[in-house]
Design a protein around this ligand. Structure first.
Ligand SMILES: Nc1ncnc2c1ncn2[C@@H]1O[C@H](COP(=O)(O)OP(=O)(O)OP(=O)(O)O)[C@@H](O)[C@H]1O
Length: 249
């Protein structure tokens, strides 16, 4: 069982501390979700762990901090302008290993990842002619193809329809279990977070509000204080927790 340790991880942007020291230890069995309202510091935390933002404090996975090349990071949705095909985009995920000559086995493996992401039919399409959601699926496929030790995804389902949200989160959870990859991802949908993440980190106003097992983090007082909504908790027919936010009155 791998453990993610964050020790006083903090980020300063200019004169402002946008992330106050985060100090917690979580098991990475199952996915770890990072939740919190807009501007809470989710992207900041993920970018700091990815090595893209200078930070103070320390973090490690297991008994060491992984090198940059062992981390796969997918930033929040952005438009891809490159005139690459989807297959080429996926293959670029392992460019350092493959070089510019792509053996047939590598193309086969890329095709397999595209099929698992449900977009094998888009392999020959140009990235810059895809919809936002299709681009997001292609970029997730690229990160999976890269197969890093730690996969960090910033709102990977933000542009996806409900069917693809479930498909991608199921795929990521299976990938984590099958390969032992640790996955850390920011999510806005609390019902999806409850269903797919074993552990959660809840941030608001640049501070850690709660961390631990998903069921404990998604408490009425924590959600009320962080999101300023009154949550109603239901249980779906399949036994999953459903979080319905209501306006505070
Ligand atoms: N480039 C920047 N320069 C200065 N401050 C920034 C910059 N980017 C983000 N911030 C500030 O850092 C704080 C945390 O932002 P962050 O993007 O981490 O929030 P978030 O939880 O990911 O929000 P969202 O859900 O809206 O994506 C915000 O107050 C934001 O204004």
């Amino acid at each position: 069982m791998t453990v993610l340790t964050l020790r006083n991880l903090a980020v300063q942007r200019g004169r402002r501390q946008v992330l106050a020291p985060v100090d917690t230890v979580l098991t990475t069995a199952g996915m770890i979700g990072v939740i919190g309202p807009n501007g809470a510091g989710k992207s900041t935390l993920l970018q700091a762990i990815s090595g893209l933002l200078p930070h103070t404090g320390h973090w490690q996975l297991g008994d060491r901090t992984p090198a940059r090349e062992e981390i796969g990071f997918l930033p929040q949705a952005y438009a891809v302008k490159a005139s690459l095909t989807v297959e080429e985009c996926v293959l670029l995920g392992r460019r350092e290993v493959l070089g510019w000559r792509v053996p047939p086995g590598a193309r086969h493996a890329a095709g397999d990842v595209l099929a698992r992401c449900g977009i094998a039919h888009l392999a020959g399409e140009r990235m810059d002619r895809l919809s936002g959601g299709q681009q997001q699926l292609a970029l997730i496929a690229q990160r999976l193809y890269r197969a890093p030790r730690l996969l960090i995804l910033d709102e990977p389902t933000s542009a996806l329809d409900v069917g693809h949200q479930i498909e991608v989160l199921t795929l990521l959870a299976q990938h984590a279990t099958a390969t032992g990859t640790s996955i850390l991802l920011a999510l806005h949908d609390l019902t999806l977070a409850a269903r797919f993440c074993r552990s959660l980190i809840l941030l608001s106003d640049g501070r850690l509000r709660a961390a631990g097992m998903a069921g404990a983090v998604l408490s009425e007082p924590a959600i009320r204080a962080s999101y300023r909504v009154a949550p109603e908790f239901l249980t779906s027919r399949s036994g999953h927790k459903v979080v319905v936010p209501h306006r505070l009155i």
